[in-house]
Write a protein of this length. Structure first.
Length: 502
């Protein structure tokens, strides 16, 4: 099995450790300990918690197992790389950057000590029974976040540290050659970063772009197969065409770069009308074409990455409520064909009539055919569960607020959902959601899975997240999408119109 050494390029902006995550299963297989101090006051003994976690962040020359599909390999860090990582972490002021299970950003956690073990016997870590080899990067983290301490540390849901950062290996970097420019090298670094992050941290990815996006990329690859790329395109643009043609999953970071590229280069279509007419249309379609611009904008807006916008681009194009509009019916109908919908509709803006593809304005996410996806409904099924006792964490019932266990990873996802929801809607609604309430809804979903669930749902966790999404829809819109979904009204904020507490 391959063993790959990961390195740090001190001159690269995206290189080194960006944050330290507290996790259930550390990749280096070493757990931290929670430190306390004992003091006596007025002859009465009290236990004042220091709320400090001490543990290994990186261990030199330790093989760490990794897998990418069927490809299995090990990575490791040398003594020198471990030391560089510890130094850059502090030099770049990342002491306050921490996450939970590599997903939810955490506040109130600070690295207060950082050192390299220099002595096998007298190192501070030995006092607490931590037997790490010389050269190990040790950290002590102060936890001033009440929720993290009570719900994760004291309950044992998190057991150790795991680093978040960007590394490279010298062999792969040398294959790039000396003929690429700085911009392309940066883009390639981003591509490698996205790939490693998606595999290592299981980031959410998407491939729900319309068929027209994939078809545009396929047309480009067919043309290139017969005529070659010529002087057109970078390594990243060519890879993007292959990704889209094969309907590969895209990270949010990749979608952002897609949107950025397609927005910047849209004017190239005026000078390049065919693949043989310069590089404009060829590379624009390699990135998915106009339908990819529409999809990436809609996707990023739905994820809260960009705000909905309206603006006139030029005499032929405009953006209205975040959707592309055209100056003529013919252009709109062609756009509808690309999107896989029928007809067009009209908008008035700046004293001019604009024509938009599809018979109705599409604001929601679109599926592979360009059709609008429906908002999530509350779980509904009369299919009996063959195993009513549940398996693993899917134990509990649907009536109470607690009972079934919520894993650290699922709780991290729930925290991320609550943070994103509150950032986007709390000020508008006058109320928001908490991680604790979402956990209660989630637990009820786990319990409900034990009674009945759709045969299409494979896990209790999936069923529980469907219930959480339905609850968030109820909070956001003031009513449930499915009128029969009333079972979580007791968990609604007091000011909510459907709250049973009002």
């Amino acid at each position: 099995m391959r063993i790959i050494e990961l390195l740090i390029d001190e001159d690269a902006l995206l290189s080194g450790i960006e944050a330290i995550s507290i996790v259930d299963k550390p990749a280096i297989e070493e757990n931290f300990i929670a430190l306390k101090e004992q003091t006596k006051v007025n002859l009465a003994e009290i236990d004042k918690e220091k709320r400090i976690l001490m543990g290994a962040a990186l261990i030199p020359n330790k093989n760490i197992y990794r897998t990418d599909g069927e490809d299995e390999y090990y990575i490791y860090f040398s003594d020198d790389t471990v030391r560089k990582a510890s130094e850059l972490f502090l030099m770049r002021g990342n002491q306050n950057k921490s996450t939970l299970e590599h997903e939810a950003e955490l506040n109130g956690l600070t690295v207060v000590e950082s050192w390299i073990i220099e002595d096998d016997v007298h190192d501070k870590s030995r006092k607490y029974g931590l037997d790490m080899p010389v050269g190990t990067w040790m950290v002590s983290m102060k936890v001033n976040n009440e929720e993290v301490w009570e719900n994760y540390v004291k309950t044992g849901l998190v057991k150790g540290f795991s680093i978040e950062g960007y590394f490279t290996d010298k062999l792969e970097m040398s294959k790039m050659g000396d003929d690429i420019n700085e911009n392309e090298a940066t883009e390639i670094l981003f591509e490698i970063q996205d790939f490693l992050d998606s595999k290592k941290y299981e980031l959410k990815t998407f491939n729900d772009y319309p068929e027209s996006v994939s078809n545009n990329a396929k047309k480009v690859l067919k043309y290139v197969d017969e005529n070659g790329w010529g002087s057109c395109g970078t390594a990243v643009g060519k890879r993007r065409a292959s990704q889209l043609a094969s309907r590969s999953n895209l990270t949010v970071s990749t979608i952002k770069r897609m949107y950025s590229f397609l927005s910047r280069h849209k004017s190239d279509l005026e000078a390049s009308k065919s693949y043989s007419d310069g590089c404009g249309k060829l590379m624009y379609d390699a990135w998915g074409g106009l339908s990819a611009l529409s999809w990436s904008r809609s996707k990023l807006r739905g994820l809260g990455e960009i705000e909905m916008a309206s603006m006139v681009i030029d005499d032929d194009y405009a953006v209205i409520n975040d959707r592309l509009a055209f100056s003529t019916k013919e252009m709109a109908l062609k756009g509808a064909e690309d999107l896989g919908c029928e007809g067009y509709h009209e908008h008035e803006m700046n004293g001019k009539t604009w024509y938009m593809p599809c018979k109705q304005h599409i604001l929601a996410e679109v599926d592979s055919k360009g059709n609008v996806k429906k908002s999530p409904k509350a779980p509904k099924s009369d299919t009996p569960n063959k195993n009513p006792k549940g398996k693993g964490s899917a134990k509990g019932d649907a009536s109470g607020k607690t009972g079934a266990k919520v894993s650290a990873k699922d709780r991290a996802s729930l925290k991320k959902k609550s943070d994103e929801f509150n950032k986007k809607y709390k000020s508008k609604l006058g109320y928001g959601v908490t991680t604790g309430v979402l956990a209660s809804v989630f637990q009820r979903g786990l319990g409900a899975f034990n009674t009945s669930h759709s045969p299409k749902v494979r896990s209790a966790s999936q069923w529980a997240f469907a219930r959480v999404n339905a609850y968030l829809y109820l909070i956001r819109n003031g009513r449930p999408q499915n009128p029969k979904y009333t079972t979580d009204y007791d968990l609604l904020p007091k000011k909510h119109p459907k709250s049973s507490k009002a």
